[in-house]
Ligand binder design. Structure first.
Ligand code: IPM
Ligand code: MN
Length: 365
């Protein structure tokens, strides 16, 4: 567990309470090891990560829960990039899984669209695209300065994320519930990005051919931004590149109550994976006890699912959904509770619900 900076520390604390409660009652066999990596630690140690950090994670752990990174004392965010983007690329966590599920009608900002209609998954390629840090400056610091930012698309990278999108669609509860084929929509900008976008287009079509039981479709990323707002009910899995996925997943979060409640997983199936709330470190909110812990708690549920602890994950999802329905939340979701009290509301429900039936409609992911 790496709580990181700002509100990450407070929200992770609540998720850890949930994991510890499950471990205490024997519903989870796991050991939790905290790592201090953060802005504080970077400033004190003179470096963001110790030698061999990623190798150690890969060797000794099955999953990592992270909070958030970002601190005004490190204005270029270099430690955040080294830790978070480092984990994504060095641990080859190629799928950023961002479930978008509205837990209560109150949280839907769309007129006449009930919560039940907002339930899809944004799957973001997580290791290449505009995030590779390739490029440079020419005639730096002159009036003729030129900046070039690389955007890398590989066939192998595109193929594995597209394939995973179809696999996720097959497992997704919503199409089964509605009795129709699972849907995968790919978004790119191959109308202007003649090389990378075009490769996405071709690879997606090829992979779709291997999943005849699924419906494959395509939208340009700008059109998709509009349609996520206009017809959210029509999507199951949206797959797209790193940068479009970053932007579209924030847009989608606005349909379910905002960044406070959205979880994510940086996943490499079958390997160590990293789970984090989508929210950032939010320095102005830090230390006030008002941050919403649900994004972190739901990320912990995704982590449990990754470890094969489906029953425990389902209980956490259910406890969160019930707390939201009861209005026992922080102010961002319309409640009155502090971070710790919102965490306690989930814990109380978790402890009352020692198992039982889990309908796929209740699983957040
Ligand atoms: C996210 C964040 C990161 C990203 C930042 C903090 C580098 O916005 O996880 O979505 O752009 O991927
Ligand atoms: Mn983002």
């Amino acid at each position: 567990m790496v709580a990181g900076d700002g509100i990450g520390v407070e929200t992770t604390r609540e998720a850890v309470r949930v994991l510890e409660a499950l471990a205490r009652e024997g519903a989870l066999r796991a050991e939790l090891t905290p790592f201090p990596w953060s802005a504080d630690h970077t400033l004190a140690a003179g470096r963001a990560l110790p030698e061999g950090a990623f190798e150690r994670l890969r060797r000794d752990f099955d999953a990592v829960l992270v909070g958030a990174f970002g601190d005004p004392r490190i204005p270029d965010m270099s430690h955040a990039k080294e830790i978070l983007l480092g984990m994504r690329s060095r641990l080859d966590l190629f799928a950023n899984v961002r479930p978008v599920k509205c837990l209560d009608d109150r949280l839907s900002p769309l007129k006449g669209v009930p919560a039940s209609e907002i339930d899809f998954l944004v799957l973001r390629e997580n290791t290449e695209g505009a995030y590779v840090g390739m490029g440079g400056r020419f005639l730096a610091d002159t009036k003729d300065e030129v900046a070039i930012e690389g955007d890398v698309t590989t066939r192998a990278g595109t193929e594995r994320i597209c394939r995973y999108a179809f696999e996720c669609a097959r497992r997704f509860g919503k199409p089964r519930r509605l009795g129709r084929p699972p849907r995968v929509l790919m978004a790119d900008k191959h109308n202007v990005q003649r090389f990378g976008g075009e490769l996405w287009r071709r690879v997606f079509l090829e992979v779709a051919g291997d999943f005849p039981d699924c419906e494959a479709s395509h939208l340009f990323a700008d059109t998709l931004a509009m349609d996520i707002v206009r017809r959210p009910a029509s999507f199951d899995v949206i797959v797209t590149n790193n940068l479009f996925g970053d932007i579209l997943s924030d847009l989608a979060a606005a349909l379910v109550g905002g960044l406070g409640v959205t979880p994510s997983g940086n996943v490499h199936p079958g390997q160590l994976s990293v789970f984090e709330p989508v929210h950032g470190s939010a320095p102005p909110l830090a230390g006030k006890g008002i941050a919403n812990p649900l994004g972190s708690i739901l990320s912990a549920a995704m982590l449990l699912r990754h470890l094969g602890e489906e029953a425990a994950a389902g209980r956490v999802d259910r406890a969160v959904a019930a707390s939201v329905k009861a209005g026992e939340t922080t102010v961002d979701l319309g409640g009155k509770l502090s971070t710790a009290a919102a965490g306690s509301a989930v814990l109380a429900r978790l402890e009352r619900d020692a198992g039982g039936h889990l309908g796929p409609e209740q699983a957040v992911w």
